[in-house]
Design a protein around this ligand. Structure first.
Ligand code: ARG
Length: 592
């Protein structure tokens, strides 16, 4: 692989060099180069610098221009406004840079300079419970971050911290002992999807029935309580039944992840129960070091700035007064395991913003205990709530949480209708319509989630999500399919870069945007912001659409060289779209 510096980076460096030549006393000042509509780039950094040096910004700008000989890269440079520099690069430099990208299978994107190990906690549904839209967000955003970080060279360890432990299992297990056939499957040769559905409906039925008994029958309640004690004591028969609930739930989870076109591996599923053996020690260490103290019988950690509405401090409860361990003990043990065992330099948690206080307290506790050193970052990639069209948290008309599978099925149905309508004109087979409908529908759901900044709430609006116009994945997928269709019609014409040709404005705009792929990825990785990649891809698709409208490709007026050069731009666009969408977990069908 050969990393290709972007034109923005090259120009920025040249202006910086000119700046230090003109003004050695300025040191290493950043010219702050940005894309601009007036020229290709604008450098804004001279204003602040002149102010600092108490000089005239326009004069400083002309001195810098004097140092910059126009050459192969910079075609024009002029001082504008109060002291900006407007910079235009040559067409030749654009095509040469893009050709270098095309020659590399990473599109010239460099690896990060100091990669570390990120343990990412995402896609963490709860055993014996239906998955809802909140679990969708964690899975989709987490999977995109895994891909983006791995692409930059980071070592990534995935952890699916599923909710597989707690007192509710006493009730479930006791019920199963008394009704042993409730988790049986009717058929062994069902598809993964059907088995998943059946598993969940068994679990649901069992959950409801055991709950009803628990609430109405005092003797059952008592038996269920004793069962919790057996479970915690590690009684073999009880554990074996608990395992059946976990396994049954996994059949269901995997069927949903499969529907989401997502690759979740069993070895990465380390649920809450995976830290059972550490809980006691975690509490002992906290108590011995004085980080946690006893309060009303519970083991607690206090924070000066965390108070309840009554003004009293709200502690993080590590061990309850009845001796039970909660969510915090598990998370603190997981921190120890991930840092000490897995060698994490970053802990990333893709979890609902409503759990932010919990993570703030867990991180702070782990710092005080010395489990999170200064060299380890702990970050919650907190996401907002999925809202219904009415702007309220997404619920069914009856006020229940919406089943994730139902939403996905509906998205695929709608997308299939859209694909069918267009597909009939281009002769898609029934099988292609089904496949593309799936890829478009699931892509639409993922893209809607990834295209707004994660911390914001967003409305789940299927009409908007599968629309061909606007900021949707379908729009981007169409741009990709359009390029592919050009290639099917290209006959003998093949893509080839021709740096000697003059570029049309739409070609330059497309080319300069293609050149920024690596920078956008670095930003999306550094700030955990997949929406920046989504925005980049949408803009790339829009610029391609403009190019397609304004610049005939196979019938280019400038003859066969121009045909080749335009095909070259098309091909690099397709590769960039394909790669970028794959990082977001979204497929790009060949024909739409
Ligand atoms: N299972 C939890 C839920 O459904 C999310 C787990 C988040 N991860 C963690 N390490 N606490 O809300």
């Amino acid at each position: 692989m050969t990393a290709v510096p972007s034109l923005a980076a090259t120009v920025n460096q040249r202006v910086a060099d000119a700046l230090s030549a003109a003004l050695p006393e300025a040191g290493a000042a950043d010219p702050l180069l940005r894309r601009s509509d007036r020229a290709d780039f604008q450098a804004n950094g001279l204003l602040a610098l002149a102010k600092k040096l108490k000089g005239n910004p326009r004069e400083l700008a002309s001195q810098v221009v004097g140092q910059l000989a126009a050459g192969d890269v910079i075609k024009e440079i002029e001082v504008s406004g109060p002291g900006f520099l407007n910079i235009t690069v040559s067409d030749e430099a654009i095509v040469r840079t893009l050709a270098a990208r095309a020659a590399d299978d990473r599109l010239g994107v460099p690896y990060a300079e100091n990669p570390g190990t990120t343990v990412i906690d995402y896609a963490q549904p709860n055993v014996a419970k239906e998955m809802h839209v909140g679990h969708l967000r964690s899975a989709v955003i987490g999977a995109a971050m895994v891909e983006i970080l791995e692409f930059t060279g980071e070592k990534v360890v995935r952890r699916h911290h599923i909710g597989d432990w707690g007192t509710q299992f006493g009730m479930l297990i006791q019920y199963l002992i008394e009704h042993p056939h409730e988790l049986d499957h009717k058929s062994d040769d069902a598809s993964a999807e059907d088995s998943g559905e059946e598993a969940m409906s068994n679990l649901n039925r069992l959950y409801k029935a055991s709950r009803a008994l628990f609430d109405s029958d005092e003797e059952f309640k008592e038996r269920a309580r004793r069962r919790v004690v057996d479970l915690q004591a590690g009684d073999e028969q009880t554990l074996a039944l608990w395992q059946r609930f976990v396994d049954e739930s996994k059949v269901y989870f995997y069927s949903v992840f499969n529907k989401l076109d997502m690759d979740i591996r069993d070895a990465d599923v380390v649920g809450e129960s995976g830290y059972n053996a550490m809980l006691e020690e975690t509490c002992r260490l906290l108590e011995e070091s004085g980080v946690a103290v006893r309060s009303d019988g519970a083991l607690c950690v206090f924070f000066d700035d965390v108070k309840g509405p009554d003004g009293n401090p709200t502690p993080l409860i590590v061990k309850k007064s009845n001796g039970g361990y909660g969510y915090a003990a598990t998370d603190l043990s997981a921190v120890r395991d991930r840092v000490q065992g897995l060698g994490a330099s970053t802990l990333l948690y893709v979890v609902d913003a409503r759990q932010s206080l919990h993570f703030k307290m867990v991180f702070e506790t782990a710092r005080r205990a010395g489990w999170l050193g200064e060299d380890v970052a702990a970050v919650q990639l907190a996401f907002g709530t999925v809202l219904g069209k009415d702007g309220k948290p997404f619920k069914t008309r009856e006020g229940e949480t919406v089943r994730l599978v139902d939403l996905l099925d509906e998205a695929v149905d709608r997308a299939t209708a859209v694909v069918r309508e267009k597909g009939e004109n281009i002769g898609l087979t029934e099988q292609e319509i089904t496949e593309n409908g799936f890829q478009v529908g699931i892509g639409a759901v993922k893209y809607a989630d990834l295209s707004t900044s994660a911390s914001r709430d967003y409305k789940f609006d299927l009409d908007q999500m599968v629309s061909l116009n606007g900021d949707t994945s379908v729009y981007i997928q169409y741009a990709y399919a359009r390029v592919r269709s050009i290639f099917r019609r290209a006959g003998d014409a093949a893509p080839k870069a021709h740096p000697e040709l003059e570029l049309a404005p739409a070609e330059r705009a497309l080319g300069l945007h293609l050149d920024q792929f690596g920078e956008v990825l670095a930003e999306a990785a550094a700030g955990y912001e997949p929406h920046k990649l989504a925005a980049y891809l949408y803009q790339l698709a829009s610029l391609y659409t403009t190019f397609y409208d304004q610049c005939p490709v196979l019938k280019a007026e400038g003859g066969s060289e121009q045909v080749e050069n335009r095909l070259f731009l098309c091909e690099l666009t397709a590769r960039t779209l394909h790669r970028g969408m794959a990082l977001l977990g979204i497929r790009t069908p060949e024909r739409l």
